[in-house]
Write a protein that binds this ligand. Structure first.
Ligand SMILES: CC(C)(COP(=O)(O)OP(=O)(O)OC[C@H]1O[C@@H](n2cnc3c(N)ncnc32)[C@H](O)[C@@H]1OP(=O)(O)O)[C@@H](O)C(=O)NCCC(=O)NCCS
Length: 166
């Protein structure tokens, strides 16, 4: 587990661990058409290359506001999912969670971070573009929406080249 909790504004980020799985399933279900179960999260978090953060209001350790899950393999990372509970949206938590991932990747000297986003998901696209993601592709019919299929945009953020002192 990666753990470097830090706080910004009135929320704290905790590194994800197995005992967060029930909370993650609860946060994920209302945000997506296809809900991931507690067991799905447990399986993912047992893989050493998957990491993420959960956001909590300061002073309320039993309450969760959102989370992000990402994978890093051989310098290339991807966002697997991110969700902020509707009661906490537009308060900077999505950006804080993404910045937590970016800090970790910087620390790990990753080269790039990819993600897919539904072409109709205006909120998420605005968040990603503000963080410097650029579109590098698209995937037709990638998401099942309940009323058919929708297209995904593939976005990437490239990290500046790391200069290694010999
Ligand atoms: C996408 C999501 C994670 C954003 O979380 P959030 O905590 O509300 O986002 P933030 O408050 O950090 O917003 C950061 C920036 O993103 C943009 N943004 C966020 N929500 C937006 C919205 N509804 N409309 C337009 N822009 C939006 C804004 O530029 C915002 O900055 P600002 O508030 O200073 O204008 C959240 O809406 C969510 O969980 N959605 C459901 C799940 C989902 O779609 N996940 C992404 C799958 S790819």
């Amino acid at each position: 587990m990666i753990s470097f909790p830090f706080s910004r504004q009135s929320f704290v980020l905790e590194g994800l661990a197995q005992d967060h799985c029930a909370e993650l399933a609860e946060l994920h279900a209302p945000a997506f058409h296809h809900a991931w179960s507690e067991e799905d999260f447990a399986g993912m978090l047992s893989q050493g290359n998957i990491f993420g953060f959960i956001a909590r209001p300061v002073g309320k350790p039993a309450q969760s506001a959102g989370f992000v899950l990402a994978r890093l393999v051989a310098g290339e990372a991807e966002i697997l999912t991110i969700a902020v509970s509707s009661a906490f949206q537009r308060r900077g938590i999505g950006r804080d969670l993404m910045e937590g991932v970016l800090r970790h990747l910087h620390h790990e000297r990753a080269e790039s971070l990819f993600l897919e986003v539904d072409e109709s998901n205006v909120a998420a696209q605005a968040l990603y573009r503000r963080l410097g993601f650029m579109q590098v592709g698209n995937r037709a019919g990638y998401y099942e929406t309940g009323q058919g299929r929708s297209n995904a945009l593939v976005l990437r953020k490239q990290f500046p080249e790391v200069i290694r002192v010999p």
